[in-house]
Write a protein of this length. Sequence first.
Length: 457
Amino acid sequence: MSELPFLVLDYALQHLLASSLIALVALLLCRTTALSPAARARVLAGALMLCVLGPALFLAQRPGAAAVAVSATASASADSDVPAKATWLPRSIAISQSTATLLVALWFAGVTWQLGRRAKAYLGLHRLIATSVRSRRLERDYRQMLPKGVAIHLCASFGPAVAGTLRPKILLPEQLAATLPDEALRAVLLHEIAHIRRHDPLAHALQKIAEALFWWNPLMRRLGAALDTVREIACDVEASRSCDTPTDYADALLTAIEHLVPLREARLVATLGVSDALQALDQRISGIIEERPKPGPAATFAWVVALLPMYAACMAVAAVAPALTRTMAVTAAAGPATTDVAARPATAAAAEPATTAATETTSGLSGDRYQRSAARASHDYDLGATAASIAYQRRIAQLDGIVSSDVYDERLSQIRQDYDEAMSATQARYTQAITRAAERFESARQPGDAGASPLQE
């Protein structure tokens, strides 16, 4: 479970990078190409889907979602190749376990609040439907237009809108249904029926869930707002095909807007994001007037081709996105050690504590040969520690492809054990060399031994 926050944040990072490219490509396609409103709606819906699912699919193929970043604070000697401050695994962003857990907790808290807010709005809509009155008269008058099983309900001031995903209902304000001319009322019903035939209620609900999950990403809201507008235009275009001319439908739409009463449930409308007749009115009228003949089969699937560059953008992000890694301050028993392990001083005075007693016996005495022997031992220690650190980090990097936490922990434990053994051997050689140099120096100081120094190079 310790890897879960890193997997979640790795997915979030890839989502943020992917959504940046996907949103740019999708919005450019909708602005610069001759796609129909329905095709643009599919492109934007596909972009939202890729933003959510694309990073998850590619993340499963990417190694190193919860790898370890090695942090070393040793200051290397002049002869050492170990980094002086920190060593990070390639293509990684390292954060601590506590930071990752906090970020995921904040994300999930925001998701809970967003979903709770929308659930409250949908409960309010359910209560509104429960208090509405089904209009059998309107259903009889427009039965040739209505899809099978769709009912028309009249409420106090909410609508026009479609409510329900599995069993959709058309909601109309009572005053609007009573005062609107027949042609305008027919245009309103055609628009809502187009939503039902396009399965917009279900698509809209999934869209709002995606926006709630990624409440911290403004690009998701931007794509969602563009999709809401294009969806309305697509329904207007489809509804206008049932009128004599597109301008007839546009006139009827404007008449319906003039008869709309003030909505007491304005907050409910804003929360649910249901159809608002005044939203993007200029774009809707322009889309109706400029509507071209119904596209053929080739043009119908043009949106599929438009999805290809967005998929390519998602693949590109998966290839270059850095992986989040878990920082781990490593000690002498667990990996590249901190102070005094990656580098040794060049004099015996700063040697390992294990040899302090040996060095104290000679610290106040002069002896060039002893100093050279101590420097050589320190240099050899540097080389051994550097080799052990490089081998450790290379083997840690090879853990990137391991997904199973059990296998990962087992391999990591073995790597640490091997490193510890290598450092112990290096330490033993250093201690032995310093002790032997000290013994030779002491032997050289004994009376009668001045002519035969054991510190011969």
